[in-house]
Ligand binder design. Structure first.
Ligand SMILES: NC(=O)c1ccc[n+]([C@@H]2O[C@H](COP(=O)([O-])OP(=O)(O)OC[C@H]3O[C@@H](n4cnc5c(N)ncnc54)[C@H](OP(=O)(O)O)[C@@H]3O)[C@@H](O)[C@H]2O)c1
Length: 173
């Protein structure tokens, strides 16, 4: 059996994962509860995959790279090689991820952002969606889902409330 790719991401009520200027202050300021399900998710994975802009955001905004105990892949067409934290991947992202899924291991966390995720949605490569909704109508920004996607039918596994957050957990049927 192949291991699962999970999308664990926070989104405003109107479907944005960041404001246009990459501002996540609205998310950081939301009153949650405990770690809002993060450590539970984090323990279930051994690999992260993300787009280059999300990687850059993490490096710019967090003092310490947060996923050092995982294998981390960053998809990019401009950067190659690796550093102490991540390996840059220039191959077809979907084919690469299918190869990863065929290897032994725990779950794979698709961290984001919107551009890289779009390639995954278009090919239906996400197995589980864990979407944490924040109490904001941002009005504009980077959307979680872009247009012209295939229809993907899901099964609701669980819902949880963490303070002002609501976590929706789905599996692809
Ligand atoms: N709300 C949340 O929980 C959450 C989670 C994650 C991210 N975010 C936010 O989302 C924003 C970033 O999202 P984004 O949509 O702008 O960018 P992104 O998807 O993180 O990264 C886009 C970059 O990934 C590379 N890429 C994209 N498609 C590729 C492909 N098919 N093959 C190889 N490389 C590819 C390209 O890098 P190159 O230009 O190097 O080729 C592209 O510029 C940030 O503000 C971040 O903070 C929010």
């Amino acid at each position: 059996m192949s291991r699962e790719v999970i999308l664990f991401i926070a989104v405003s009520l109107d479907g944005f994962i960041a404001k246009e200027d990459d501002d996540l202050q609205w998310l950081m300021e939301t009153e949650g509860e405990g770690d809002n399900g993060y450590s539970e998710m984090y323990q279930s994975i051994d690999t992260t995959i993300m787009g280059k802009r999300t990687y850059d955001w993490v490096r710019e905004h967090l003092e310490i790279f947060p996923y050092t105990d995982k294998k981390n892949y960053v998809f990019s067409t401009t950067q190659t090689g690796s550093n102490e934290y991540v390996e840059f991947v220039n191959e077809d992202v979907v084919e690469f991820t299918k190869k990863l899924k065929a290897q032994q291991g725990s779950k794979i966390w698709m961290v984001g952002g919107g551009v890289i995720l779009d390639a995954f949605i278009k090919e239906n490569v996400i197995d589980e969606y864990i979407i944490t909704v924040t109490p904001h109508i941002l009005g504009s920004g980077i959307p979680l889902f872009k247009e012209r996607n295939p229809q993907i039918n899901l099964q609701l596994i669980n819902t949880r409330r963490f303070g002002q957050f609501v976590e929706l957990h789905y599996k692809v049927k």
